[in-house]
Design a binder for this molecule. Structure first.
Ligand SMILES: Cc1cc2nc3c(=O)[nH]c(=O)nc-3n(C[C@H](O)[C@H](O)[C@H](O)COP(=O)(O)O)c2cc1C
Length: 334
């Protein structure tokens, strides 16, 4: 019997999605809970070194699952190879009015229009500093996804990202610049070449001035035209970014898709995110890393993403449907 799909999921799915998520995170903060859920099963092993970081396997938690670094150790305990925390913004902010997350089990999808609710860079840095003092977290890199605060006008976006990077630089193993969430007005405009170059230049200038520069990646939207990809990747090469995270949620809807407004994720995103991954791989410089995310719902999707050129992969919606044993289900299907 699959305890999650038969027991826990039906109960959790009776709650509003955000409530279920909050309860899940709150319970995962108790070390015993993830330990019981993993039942002593060793994490799937597929060690790899990328961007100068050691990963015990190639599957991580996508941004948005743990925006405030509440349950960082739990992701390690639940068999994942890395975690991308955030999105974190310079200023703490409440996000958009509720309800703002919607489940569509028939389509194995979610729609969200959260708008980056989070405690802000300072609070999250404090939390991660305390965690790192107590735990070594070997071979389990922690990425931090950075976004723009809602109150910061778009022309000042790079000041906002830079402020967060400075505050969080010492506590993240790598950073992801998020210019692709659909729920912050104007954010996706930062993918325009001139704006993107200004942003990447500012961030890398600071990063490279530090004694220990960190890998910086760019997270892109699945709604970009294929024709826009070469120039974006070229900008990441120019500023020595370590790679790309592809993709965020989509605003696109086909006839069968749910119509609620916001970013769509899960099964309806699989094909588009896979196609973007495949298109990006040959554009990257040697050594640039590609993290594939978007509609990875099972082991077959994971393998397809790897075959398309992704070095690492991430899940969000897949975990909502697969439960706490997601890492084993995707990496060690029996
Ligand atoms: C409820 C929810 C919140 C999310 N929040 C963020 C976020 O804060 N930052 C971000 O870069 N992506 C965020 N994402 C996007 C995911 O990281 C991922 O790119 C996207 O959902 C596609 O993967 P999936 O199909 O496995 O969910 C969020 C997704 C969901 C469903």
């Amino acid at each position: 019997m699959n305890a999650y799909s038969n027991l826990a999921r039906p109960l959790l799915f009776r709650l509003p999605p955000e409530t279920a998520h909050r309860l899940t995170l709150a319970s995962l903060r108790f070390p015993l809970v993830p330990r019981i859920l993993s039942a002593g099963t060793p994490a799937p092993e597929d060690p790899v070194e990328l961007m100068g970081l050691k990963f015990r396997n190639r599957l991580g938690i996508a941004a948005g699952v743990d925006k405030n670094a509440e349950a960082t150790l739990a992701w390690h305990e639940l068999g994942f190879g890395f975690a991308e925390l955030g999105t974190v913004t310079l200023h703490a902010q409440p996000g958009n009015p509720k309800p703002r997350v919607f489940r569509f089990p028939a389509q194995k999808a979610l729609i969200n229009r959260l708008g980056f609710p989070n405690l802000g860079a300072e609070a999250i840095a404090t939390r991660l500093r305390a965690l790192r003092e107590r735990h070594a977290l070997n071979n389990f890199p922690i990425g931090i996804n950075l976004g723009k605060s809602k109150i910061t006008p778009l022309p000042e976006a790079s000041v906002d990202y830079l402020g967060s990077l400075k505050i969080l630089h010492s506590v993240g193993d790598f950073f992801v610049i998020n210019i692709s969430s659909p729920n912050t007005p104007g954010l996706r405009d930062l993918a325009k070449p001139d704006d993107l170059r200004r942003l990447l230049s500012n961030l890398q200038e600071y990063n490279r001035s530090q004694s220990n520069p960190k890998p910086v990646l760019l997270k892109i939207s699945p709604d970009l035209e294929f024709s826009a990809l070469p120039e974006i990747i070229q900008a990441t090469r120019e500023f020595n970014l370590s790679g790309i995270v592809a993709t965020n949620t989509t605003l696109h809807r086909s006839k069968e898709d749910p119509t609620e407004s916001g970013g769509l994720s899960g099964r309806p995103l699989t094909d588009r995110a896979l196609a973007i991954t495949r298109a990006i791989r040959p554009l990257l410089a040697q050594g640039q890393v590609l993290i594939g995310v978007g509609g990875i719902m099972d082991a077959t999707d994971y393998q397809a993403r790897r075959d398309a050129g992704a070095d690492l992969a991430q899940v969000y919606t897949g975990m909502v449907y697969l439960g706490p044993r997601t890492a084993w289900k995707i990496l060690r299907p029996s």
